[in-house]
Design a protein around this ligand. Structure first.
Ligand SMILES: Cc1cc2nc3c(=O)[nH]c(=O)nc-3n(C[C@H](O)[C@H](O)[C@H](O)COP(=O)(O)OP(=O)(O)OC[C@H]3O[C@@H](n4cnc5c(N)ncnc54)[C@H](O)[C@@H]3O)c2cc1C
Length: 498
């Protein structure tokens, strides 16, 4: 074997996955078609759960320093408020995708991730022991042999096609042009989704000196293989806004639509898919990059456990089972956002009514939790309200001093957090001591806030997976250690024999 895992694509998903695998000590090579990063940015922000995930790994400060927190978000251009009780990071961070990629790659380099550029996956063959990955490179074709291949190679994923995985969904019904340009004649600081007959346009100040212009045309769906031009963007802006605001000096022009598709399976034997390779949708609400990073965090520790021989291969099926429904829901909400954006008097009225509902706390909370992914609950066994949800970042006191839950997750290992000093909990987990960090602590708060669900009494003990989701939790009283052992076996593999 040349390496344990080959990742196709050095976008946000591939880079995050590579970091997760390296944290678990797995050898990984990222192969990237492009010779260098383009400097272009489709995404411009990250939501609360992604910020939490970076916090769980101890690298969030790097991202916060390179972006700007925004006090609001939006659902199809309609403003959404945020709530400080739900997360330590309750606001979207405005940060350009190329900066996110640079920071992830820098972190990856520190962890020993190898990125091979000018290396395009052109063929794959899998057998019982591994996958042979054929690469087109600047020099001669090459092959790499690995135990697993993960396609993080974007919406047109070659890996997905070569693996023969279906990508069903709905085709685009509109075309949006996007360009980063200078706009000397714009009368205001920014223009936010201005609706006009036939479509809408926005011009948002992204960084000093330049604007991101987006025009949406609902009358024509352009050929997706035909590249967008600056002239098309200018014509489209003139048609919709009546002026081009003196637009010049484009840094980047592209286009997107509202096609929504999802891979039928996220795994075919030794080949897995993550990020845009597994799902594409209208970019409303800024969820795609976030979801890709979170796919990577769900998959990384599972793949590492299987590669290290600690857990059976079947653990990888839980990746599809948990993440496929998450993307299904995002496709659903972005289809709704696309419908709410269509021009016409009926949609104007619908937006008006929808907007009037969004002022109600419950509606706002529901939409906010959906966009930020703070309300995700995987279908795990167990009745405790935390089971399957992401763990709140509670303040803790240990014998070594103050800490918080996310600091315990920096090493990307499972954590058994015992908040009552129970001898039974420690004894039950003995067989997993090589893989699971047992931490005894006291919660600083009697109650923990769970997004959408509300306040719950601080639990007595909980098993937290490396992705920050709770695999098992006990309220006060005698902890069910048989249930704990089942959860440990399911997520961490069989106990070590004494
Ligand atoms: C206008 C717009 C705005 C957006 N805004 C947001 C936002 O604010 N927030 C958000 O969360 N999301 C946003 N998104 C979505 C986001 O950009 C994507 O979801 C994200 O880029 C997906 O990351 P990825 O790593 O999965 O794929 P990609 O970023 O597409 O990366 C795939 C990588 O694989 C490489 N590759 C492709 N084929 C091969 C091959 N055969 N071999 C090797 N390498 C290959 C590519 O060169 C690329 O580097 C937006 C999208 C658009 C269009």
């Amino acid at each position: 074997m040349d390496t344990d895992v080959v990742i196709a694509g050095a976008g946000p998903t591939g880079l995050m996955l590579a970091c997760e695998l390296r944290l678990a000590g797995v050898d990984v090579v990222v192969v990237e078609r492009l010779a260098e990063r383009t400097g272009e940015s489709r995404a411009g922000g990250m939501h609360s759960r992604t910020l939490e995930v970076l916090d769980q790994r101890g690298v969030l400060d790097r991202f916060l320093a390179a972006g700007e927190l925004q006090p609001v978000g939006h659902f199809s251009g309609l403003w959404l408020d945020f709530d400080e009780s739900e997360s330590r990071h309750p606001y979207p961070l405005m940060i350009l995708q190329n900066v996110i990629e640079r920071l992830l790659e820098e972190w990856g380099t520190e962890l020993g991730v190898r990125v091979r550029r000018s290396s395009e996956v052109t063929g794959i063959r899998q057998d019982e022991d591994g996958v042979t990955v054929e690469l087109g490179t600047a020099e001669a074709p090459e092959t790499l042999r690995a135990r697993y291949l993960v396609g993080c190679d974007g919406g047109r994923s070659t890996v997905r096609k070569l693996a023969g995985i279906d990508f069903p969904g709905t085709p685009a019904t509109m075309t949006a042009l996007i360009g980063d340009v200078e706009l000397p004649d714009l009368p205001e600081d920014y223009v936010w989704v201005r609706r006009v007959p036939g479509g809408d346009f926005s011009a948002i100040a992204f960084e000093p000196g330049w604007y991101r212009v987006i025009t949406s045309d609902y009358e024509n769906v352009s050929d997706r293989d035909e590249p967008a031009t600056f002239e098309q963007l200018r014509e489209s802006l003139v048609r919709l806004a009546g002026t081009d605001f003196g637009m010049h000096s484009p840094r980047w022009v592209s286009k997107f639509g509202d096609a929504a598709r999802q891979a039928a399976q996220y795994r075919d034997g030794r080949v897995l898919l993550a990020g845009d390779a597994a799902h594409i949708h209208f970019p409303a609400g800024g969820q795609g990059l976030n979801m890709g990073v979170q796919d990577a965090v769900n998959l990384g520790w599972k793949l590492a456990s299987v590669v290290r021989g600690q857990a059976p291969e079947s653990l990888l099926d839980s990746y599809h089972d948990e993440r496929h429904p998450v993307a299904e829901r995002v496709l659903h909400n972005t289809r709704a956002q696309s419908a709410l954006a269509r021009p016409g008097a009926q949609t104007d009225a619908l937006r008006d009514v929808f907007g009037s509902l969004m002022v109600f706390d419950d509606v706002n909370r529901h939409l906010r939790a959906m966009l930020t992914a703070l309300d995700i609950r995987y279908a795990l066994d167990g009745d405790h309200p935390l089971t399957g949800r992401r763990v709140p970042d509670a303040d803790l006191k240990t014998s070594d001093g103050a800490t918080r839950v996310y600091e315990l997750l920096h090493a990307a290992r499972p954590v058994l957090l015992d908040l009552r000093g129970s001898a039974e909990v420690a004894a039950a987990a003995e067989g997993w001591a090589d893989r699971v960090d047992l931490v005894t602590a006291r919660s600083e708060d009697d109650h923990w806030s769970v997004p959408v669900f509300g306040e719950i009494p601080a639990p007595a003990a909980l098993l937290i997976r490396p992705d920050g989701h709770v695999a098992w939790a006990a309220a006060d009283g005698a902890p069910d250690t048989a249930e704990l052992r089942t959860a440990l076996t399911t997520w961490c593999g069989p106990a070590r024999q004494a």
